[in-house]
Ligand binder design. Structure first.
Ligand code: SF4
Length: 354
């Protein structure tokens, strides 16, 4: 399969009638203008010029949450702007993200006409109580209906879910992941909740009514649901919000984040933590006190095995007193590793005796 290049175009939902408590759309609506077809073309041209590899699969992605909720005329003009690039083969397809209650047969037929291939639904939770608490304005039944319609019309289905929503427990999130797996999405995004400025959630946070997850808690929760999606062979294409000027360290000027599990390398934290668990489980299988091991893995996995700021290596030393030697090996399949004991406690005793 060809590797994908994405050309991202952010489409703000100006005048969105909803008030999802974590969303700062109302705030930015006053400052942002709707993207124009001209800007869409300029963005595509810019990206096409900068792609190094012409043979890759190129997709234009209209991000922003509720593409099919904006005025139909605007939607069509934006989709129309991409058509010449689809016709000349420079762009292969279009992806949009939207709310589950903004999907119906007519909308899907129109999107099909414009070569939209992937539709991502903002689900957030499968628990209706939590959806209502977050003022999402739709239920999980809407997600089910929309997902089925999207499949029936031959689109690729994507889901986006959140961890750490108000009153959401780890079990709610595991149940959401399981409910989504049953709807057979091809791709999923997992977003830990961040408290953004000027949102209803920020008010709850300031009043002490909402307590965001810590980075560690968000990693643990994301890891658990990521494992479920991995097992179901559903690709998790993003964990954590994209870093931008607004979504950045709360201490930086311009950051819209007040609190919550912000981390610039959140996905790496989750994946490294999964590697750590696997390595520990493998070491524990040896019925001896292991002091030093060599881990061989594909070069692409080495960073995650070592962990952010060498966290895994340091933890293995601190908690299990194990030294780790890492050896990249291209012959090992991505996602797999080989481990060999270099030294046990017995070996060290022998060395001392000599
Ligand atoms: S997240 Fe909610 S409030 Fe924000 S744009 Fe989407 S539907 Fe509107």
């Amino acid at each position: 399969m060809k590797k994908e290049y994405i050309i991202p175009i952010f489409v703000p939902h100006l005048g969105c009638p909803h008030t999802c408590i974590f969303c700062n759309q109302k705030e930015i609506s006053g400052q942002e203008k709707q993207v124009t077809p001209k800007q869409v073309k300029e963005t595509i041209e810019y990206y096409l010029k900068n792609f190094k590899d012409d043979s890759k699969y190129v997709e234009v992605a209209f991000f922003g949450g509720s593409f099919t909720g904006i005025e139909e005329e605007t939607q069509n003009s934006l989709l129309e702007a991409v058509q010449e690039y689809i016709q000349n083969g420079k762009v292969a397809s279009i992806r949009i993200s939207t709310r589950p209650d903004y999907i119906n047969k007519e909308i899907l037929k129109r999107l099909k006409k414009y070569h939209v291939k992937t539709i991502e639904l903002g689900v957030q939770s499968a628990n209706d109580y939590i959806l209502a608490k977050c003022q999402r304005g739709h239920t999980f039944e809407d997600v089910k209906k929309a997902s089925k319609l999207i499949h029936w019309h031959g689109f690729i289905l994507g889901h986006q879910m959140m961890v750490g929503l108000p009153e959401s427990t780890k079990l709610d999130e595991v149940n959401t992941a399981k409910a989504l797996i049953a709807l057979k999405p091809k791709i999923v995004r997992i977003y830990p909740v961040l408290v953004l400025k000027n949102t209803p959630l920020a008010k709850e946070y300031e009043l002490g009514e909402y307590m965001p997850l810590t980075v560690e808690q968000a990693v643990e929760r994301s890891k658990e649901i990521m494992q479920l999606f991995n097992k179901a062979k559903i690709q998790v294409i993003r964990i954590g919000l994209q870093n931008t000027e607004e979504i950045s360290d709360p201490n930086l000027e311009g950051s819209q984040v007040i609190a919550g599990p912000y981390h610039p390398a959140f996905r790496q934290l989750v994946e490294s933590s999964m590697w750590y668990d696997e390595i520990v489980a493998r070491i524990k299988q040896y019925n001896v006190k292991v002091m030093q091991v060599t881990i061989q893995a594909n070069p692409e996995n080495i960073n995650n095995i070592i962990g952010h700021k060498k966290e895994n290596i340091l933890k293995l030393k601190e908690i299990y007193d194990v030294d780790v030697i890492i050896k990249p090996d291209e012959t090992i399949k991505k996602g797999k590793f080989e481990i060999a004991i270099e030294k046990t406690y017995e070996d060290i005793l022998e060395e001392v005796k000599k």
